[in-house]
Design a protein. Structure first.
Lengths: 244, 276
């Protein structure tokens, strides 16, 4: 089955990833993450001085600012800010930097669907670039249930989102792993899957939800692998620069 | 969070170098930094890099009802909110003086100089006109935001294509990009800003100051010109007083710079058009 964007052949295929880190000079860390023609830039400043009002005695304060591509920030962006902040709060080892602030700015650069998932991935890369201590790495993917075919499509474009019956965004950390049980090799069983964030809109059944979760979980492994390679390459490059 | 002032060493080194006829990044006094233009896949999206300063401009359009006293005029709006991404000194929801100055200058350079033909945006007089919106996102601040934003805005407007419309009597059909080729906006001229910074009691002037140079400067002036050598806007907000001759000299330098930048914008647009 060919998809609407014509570059993909399978419903469970993600668009090509792209990322680059350390693009901005004034921020402590920055990254850009692309899912095909969707692109998000993220900058991180911190741990730095924090407003007295926001200061926490035992940990760092996370501040997330989400800025849309067109128009002024609205309710949707505020909701995304909250989603990103609350997902990251347990991940960042904020106890190591008490009475400081970490400011994260998320800017959409190109919008072709799955922006929230792209934003999550950009944010984690920017945090890694800034050297903020983290408990684990997250990876995010969006999927939809098509209203006509009832098929689950991964990483939808804007065009595909228009035909969605329901939309699901999942964020998983990289600590949980799939192991196949010894007696039944085909049956994969997820052991201790830590879902960090799950957001669903639209009408869907319980089976559909869990199927989406399963498919997204598998897809996120590719994102984790990509983030790992991206960080590895960046560190290798830095090493070479130090020794050359 | 306020920006830290440059250290005395940095400041004095920069000033001493300028006195000796050198800038710390090795440029000549009247040189711009390297300008890079990157276009997005959609029409009307452009990323401008002026040295380390980075600006993203995105043009969008919608159909709205015009003002009753100007029934045939379309709208051109700019959104130039400074994002904390560019610098930690910019806070969300609080306008700094710099932000006000930047947005006013862009407004003057683009809208008040009538660079865009707003009458051409009319679909049905008194009923429907196009509203063109330019969102300018500042991503990285290494000085001279005005020039970078101005180049980004005008390039994005030149790159933008709006959907084609047909009017039959009272019925208006807006064709999607797939149905019909979208049409470019009619742009009268290309205004380009050139910012000067002054040092050493106004004796030394430089083009396209970096962030450090902006922090140390004694005054600045922005000249907006088009390629026909017409002054569109001129802004000198405070700073040290200057001789009339010097202002004339600034505009003369700007004429050369504007010609260079316009040529570069047009070359980039042509290269992009070939790829599509």
């Amino acid at each position: 089955m060919s998809r609407l964007d014509r570059t993909r052949t399978s419903a469970h295929q993600l668009r090509p990833f792209f990322s680059s880190q350390n693009l901005l000079n004034r921020a402590d860390g920055s990254a850009q993450f692309d899912f095909g023609e969707s692109s998000v830039m993220c900058s991180v400043i911190g741990p730095a001085e924090v407003k007295l009002r926001d200061e926490k005695l035992d940990k760092a304060t996370l501040e997330v600012v989400v800025r849309p591509l067109v128009g002024l920030p609205g309710i949707k962006d505020k909701a995304r800010e909250q989603a990103i902040r609350e997902t990251l709060e347990p991940l960042v080892l904020s106890g190591l930097h008490p009475r400081t602030g970490i400011q994260i700015v998320v800017q959409t650069m190109k919008d072709d669907g799955s922006i929230l998932a792209t934003a999550f991935n950009a944010t984690i890369l920017a945090l890694l670039d800034a050297g903020i201590p983290l408990k684990s790495i997250l990876g995010a993917v969006t999927c939809i249930v098509d209203s006509e075919t009832n098929q689950i499509l991964l990483d939808p474009t804007t065009q595909e989102l228009a035909n969605a019956k329901s939309t699901h965004t999942f964020v998983f950390d990289n600590k949980s792993s799939i192991t196949s049980s010894p007696e039944n090799k085909d049956q994969e069983e997820a052991v201790e899957v830590a879902t960090l964030y799950s957001d669903s809109t639209g009408l869907f059944s319980e089976e559909e939800y869990f199927e989406c979760a399963q498919i997204c979980y598998k897809a996120v492994q590719a994102v984790h692998g990509f983030i790992r390679t991206a960080v590895q390459k960046k560190l290798e490059k830095e090493q070479q620069q130090i020794h050359s | 969070m306020r920006d830290a002032d440059p250290s005395t060493n940095e400041r004095e080194f920069l000033l001493a170098a300028l006195k000796d006829g050198a800038r710390i990044d090795g440029r000549k006094f009247y040189d711009f930094r390297t300008l890079r233009l990157t276009f997005g896949a959609e029409y009307g999206a452009v990323e401008v890099q002026l040295g380390n300063t980075r600006v993203l401009a995105k043009v969008s359009c919608e159909v709205i009802r015009p003002y009753t006293d100007k029934p045939t005029e379309g709208f051109l709006m700019f959104n130039t909110e400074l994002s904390p991404m560019a610098s930690a000194a910019f806070e969300v929801g609080r306008q700094t003086d710099e932000e006000v100055l930047v947005s006013r200058l862009i407004e003057k350079a683009m809208r008040r100089s009538r660079a865009l033909d707003t009458e051409g945006l009319c679909i049905v007089a008194g009923e429907k006109v196009w509203s063109i919106r330019v969102d300018i996102h500042f991503l990285d601040h290494d000085g001279n935001l005005v020039d970078a934003a101005c180049i980004a805005a005008i390039t994005a407007l030149l790159h933008f294509r709006r959907p084609d419309v047909t009017v039959v009597g009272e019925d208006v059909t807006i064709h999607t990009l797939e149905q019909r080729n979208p049409v470019p906006l009619s742009i009268h001229h290309i205004p380009i800003c050139t910012t000067f910074a002054f040092f050493n009691n106004g004796e030394r002037m430089i083009v396209d100051p970096t962030f450090l140079e902006e922090q140390v400067k004694e005054g600045d002036m922005t000249v907006t010109l088009n390629v026909h050598k017409e002054v569109c806007a001129l802004s000198k907000a405070g700073g040290i007083p200057m001789e009339i001759d010097q202002i004339l000299q600034c505009t003369k330098i700007a004429v050369v710079k504007v010609a260079e930048i316009t040529a570069q914008i047009q070359a980039a647009l042509e290269a992009d058009a070939k790829k599509r």
